[in-house]
Design a protein around this ligand. Structure first.
Ligand SMILES: [Mg+2]
Length: 260
């Protein structure tokens, strides 16, 4: 755990941490401005693979928060990098949105409809039964099973939740007895990639998020400083029940402005 004023790179979760749907939390803009004024860096690190980098840059700018390509890193982008580095020239069957399809193609990933080497699952808000049926067939034929993120649900407004990538993978696991490898949080690889890119060691990086089993776990796994905000999914009770504990707990991002 590092003193917060010594942190040089802040990795911020989005849903439940800086906003919910299209509503920016009080203090989010001031926190980002403080980071900029202090000459520190920030990246929005999201497990949500239903949208791509461009979508997020636009969305965050629309909320009046300064953001360019280097400030966004999604689990879909991490998947694109992972596939291009570890499985070049392999054929991929994707259960994902059009936006994720575009993202993966930008990393040179070869997407196919039949006989894939790998099945990749994302937060597919355009999912249909035919896609599930095909994925089951390919997994049973021995395709490698990769997924962007283990989140079971995604928060939407009015305190409601919809099934996320982890829930889609559960369906496939029950049907095929195959388990996916998840590339997004809590896998620390996304943090290692950013540490390398910005040349900032993990002990000068803080992960800020509202979910213990993804956000906080990723920071814990990377030995970065972890900050849980109670503006989203976690409550003091869920944190008490979790094996992984954040280094810091705050009601919302607003409480951090004077500490960095
Ligand atoms: Mg969140």
């Amino acid at each position: 755990m590092t003193n917060l004023c010594d942190i040089e790179l802040f990795l911020l979760d989005m849903d439940g941490t800086i906003y919910l749907d299209d509503i920016l939390f009080d203090g989010s803009l001031e926190f980002i401005q403080k980071i900029i004024n202090k000459n520190k860096k920030y990246v929005f690190l999201t497990n949500n693979s239903s949208k791509n980098q461009n979508d997020y840059v636009k969305k965050v700018n629309k909320l009046n928060i300064p953001c360019s390509n280097e400030n966004v890193f999604t689990s879909g982008m991490a998947m694109g990098l992972y596939l291009s580095q570890n499985y070049p020239n392999k054929k991929i069957y994707l259960l994902g949105t059009k936006a994720l399809e575009t993202e993966l193609k930008s990393y040179g990933v070869l997407l196919v409809d039949d006989n894939p080497d790998i099945v990749v699952v994302g937060f597919d808000r355009e999912l249909n039964y035919q896609k599930l049926e095909k994925a089951c067939e390919f997994l049973c034929n021995g395709a490698i099973f990769l997924a962007t993120n283990p989140d079971l649900v995604c928060p939407i407004k009015d305190k409601r939740y919809i099934p996320d990538c982890g829930s889609i993978c559960h369906m496939l696991t029950v049907a095929t007895n195959k388990q996916p490898i998840y590339i997004g949080k809590p896998n620390p690889d996304m943090i290692y990639l950013l540490s390398k890119k910005f040349n900032i060691p993990c002990d000068k990086i803080a992960v800020i998020g509202d979910r213990v089993y993804t956000d906080i776990a990723s920071g814990f796994n990377a030995k970065a400083t972890t900050i849980c905000v109670l503006s989203g999914e976690s409550t003091m009770k869920t944190i008490e029940e979790s094996e992984i504990k954040p280094d810091y707990i705050f009601n919302s991002i607003k409480d951090l402005i004077n500490l960095i």
